[in-house]
Design a protein around this ligand. Structure first.
Ligand code: IVH
Length: 661
């Protein structure tokens, strides 16, 4: 095929693939089989490999990252990425206010969250994302374009064909961080200390597929360069970013009063733990961009902004003992038993120590006085030992050679940070696997918590998860503290769980490396448990985000005779093994949308039915009760009303991203 033909074919392929992506991910109605889809994608990638200069930045091959980058190139920033001066108390803020007003007179401020992630610099040419970089030393950053392209909140293409440079903060939501660490712990890998490190580690992965699986997001907060657009205020710049398809944090205050600014900050100091992502402070910025120019910058930081840093949430306490928990894959996790202490809104009396390496690196001993904090605002963790407080009576802790639960040998496989119990019949592993099976994201069996599971196992009523479906009322009544009502409720909850989705069931089985998301992907792509069981490694890895490691683990699980028997028993008990379409209740449920203007791809009707399919409601006029306005070309007065009421405005791309969940 010559180059002209290739160009034509590439355009066709891209259009087709974009169409199919929409049909698949958004409409949930694939028009072709996965194999046919893969064939198109492979043809696209092959043609692009033959003609690399024909690769366009918005090609569908670029979302999944194509091929891994060879190390990172560097990128020189157009203007150095400065940092911010710090304020630690209201007095520092008043001093900042005085400095600013003395220099430029009256000012208006915009107060935003200081997202705890890492700075990214995004460059667009003619509306297309051409590069994305880390901060680096402020002048030269690392080229992480391929990884940033996998983040749905980084638009590949802007609404307008303009040149633009934008700065923002890439971060990992708390939930994603906790899940990632949980999975890493189970897989015997080292854990990330906090969401920021996890985000940085993910963006510095050479294989974009890894970054793509990490649920990263970017909040954009600054227009650095926009030759075609004249912006007078920072707040207008943020609105402009929203219009162009960026995710801008909707939570901000615009105010002329420093008193009000301080009040707003104090309010969020308390409330910040409830946010789904971590913030480490607030940024106070002068709104007028003319005043920015008048105020200028020092070598390090602009004079028109300051960062208010929240006090670090740390507490001092003593390690009284170290306990070991055996997880469902046999991983032994050491946990510090602490003298109870107040920390970030709760009393903490245990902290995870993760693994032996962590204990050794931090030189943690029983009896040590330590500093603790909450990783991801939730998991208490030891930051460091206060060695100056040692008395000499502290004791070393070492991992046992024998499992404390079953007496089997404990091993540490090479390349793993974890120690594992090798006992195939270890009761702790069985207990944890039943607890996992019944947990909320898995089969969601209410009333089947750790205590009841322990009792059922001790009484010999269950030997695996499938036995749950064969329990009867009388057996349950024989357990201590189990009354008529609880027994009835538990049996009902178990019965009800037979109707759960296939995705829940796959996740509930507790196959190594298969999380809730992988459960959904497998259910969606393969359609039935029987097909998941018989899928070849090739079939499995052709599913986006399912790699070799997971595929091998799935194959191994279903080849195990014991597991086959459990599945058979589950099927016999009438547990659902078929995919029934839409899996999850999404954030659209109960939300009110107003559509205005012409969307680039979807008709009004299509957009409406997509929203309604996910439980949202579409109404005709904008009011305070409207949750989102979806705006296209020539939006008219509904748009202005949404702006005046401060209602989030989505464009089609963002709506589709939201719909994808
Ligand atoms: S404005 C000229 N706004 O905080 C510097 N920065 O030292 C303009 N950050 O690593 C920065 N959220 O990436 C700004 N809403 C926000 C921010 C924010 C987080 C980060 C930024 C940088 C550090 C500032």
């Amino acid at each position: 095929m010559d180059k002209d033909e290739a160009k034509k074919r590439l355009a066709e392929l891209r259009n087709e693939i974009v169409e199919h992506n929409k049909a698949y991910y958004v409409m949930d109605r694939p028009k072709i089989s996965d194999a046919q889809y893969d064939k198109l994608l492979r043809e696209l990638i092959k043609l692009e490999e033959t003609y690399p200069d024909l690769v366009t930045p918005d090609s569908p091959s670029q979302r999944v990252g194509g091929k891994p980058a060879q190390g990172f190139r560097t990128i020189r920033h157009r203007a150095p990425l400065l940092s911010l001066g710090n304020a630690f108390n209201p007095g520092d803020l008043q001093a900042f206010h005085r400095r600013v007003t003395e220099a430029v007179g009256d000012v208006e401020y915009v107060v935003e969250f200081k997202i705890d992630g890492l700075t990214v610099a995004l460059v667009y040419q003619d509306g297309l994302l051409v590069s994305g970089a880390t901060r680096g030393d402020g002048e030269i950053g690392e080229d992480i374009t391929q990884n940033l392209k996998t983040i749905p909140t980084v638009p590949l293409k802007l609404k307008s064909s303009i040149n633009l440079e934008v700065r923002g903060e890439a971060f990992m939501p708390k939930k994603a961080f906790l899940k990632l660490n949980e999975e890493r712990e189970e897989a015997g890998e080292s854990v990330f200390a906090n969401p920021r490190n996890a985000a940085a580690g993910s963006l510095r992965q050479l294989d974009p597929k890894v970054a793509a699986s990490r649920q990263l997001q970017v909040f954009s907060y600054q227009v650095l360069y926009s030759p075609e657009i004249d912006l007078a205020e920072h707040e207008k710049a943020l609105e402009f970013l929203e219009e162009q398809g960026f995710l801008v944090n909707p939570q901000r205050l615009v105010s002329r009063s420093m008193e009000e600014v301080i009040q707003y900050i104090e309010n969020w100091t308390e409330k910040r733990h409830q946010l789904p992502y971590e913030i480490d402070g607030m940024v106070i910025k002068v709104n007028s961009l003319t005043q920015h120019r008048q105020l200028g910058a020092t070598a390090k930081a602009p004079r028109w902004a300051i960062a208010y840093k929240f006090p670090a949430e740390e507490a001092e306490t003593q390690i009284i003992d170290v306990e070991l928990n055996v997880g469902r894959t046999g991983v032994l996790t050491p946990t510090a038993v602490l003298a109870p202490v107040r920390l970030a809104g709760s009393t903490v009396s245990r902290a995870t120590l993760h693994n032996e390496d962590n204990i050794r690196d931090k030189d943690i001993k029983i009896g040590d006085v330590v500093l603790v904090h909450k990783a991801g605002d939730i998991i208490p963790e030891v930051i460091k030992v206060l060695k100056e407080k040692r008395t000499g009576s502290e004791k070393d802790f070492s991992m046992p050679e024998i499992c404390p639960e079953c007496g089997s040998h404990v091993v540490r496989f090479s390349g793993e940070a974890a120690h594992r119990c090798t006992g195939g019949a270890c009761p702790a592993q069985l207990r944890e696997s039943v607890i996992h099976f019944a947990s909320r994201d898995a089969m969601d069996i209410e009333g089947l918590g750790p205590a009841v599971v322990g009792q059922l196992l001790a009484a010999g009523l269950i030997k695996d998860v499938a036995d749950l479906y064969y329990l009867n009322r009388e057996q349950l009544l024989g357990l201590s503290r189990m009354g008529e009502k609880s027994a009835h409720n538990l049996i009902t909850a178990i019965e009800k769980s037979r109707e759960n989705s296939l995705a829940q069931l796959i996740f509930a089985l507790g196959i190594r490396f298969v999380g809730a998301k992988a459960g959904k992907l497998l259910a969606h792509h393969l359609g039935s448990l029987e097909r998941v069981m018989s899928a070849s490694e090739e079939e499995l890895t052709s599913i986006p985000e399912i790699g070799i490691k997971m595929a091998t683990s799935i194959r191994a699980y279903f080849q195990e005779e014991q597991n086959k028997q459990i599945i058979e028993k589950l099927i016999k008990a009438g547990v659902n093994t078929q995919h029934k379409g839409k899996e999850v209740e999404t954030s659209f449920t109960g939300k009110t949308f107003v559509l205005t203007g012409t969307l680039p791809n979807l008709s009004r009707k299509e957009a409406q039915s997509l929203i309604e399919e996910q439980g949202g409601k579409v109404t005709g006029s904008v009011s305070k009760a409207t949750n989102f306005v979806v705006a296209g070309e020539n939006p008219g007065s509904k748009y202005d009303k949404a702006v005046s009421l401060n209602i989030p405005i989505l464009d089609e791309e963002k709506l589709l991203v939201l719909l994808k969940g």
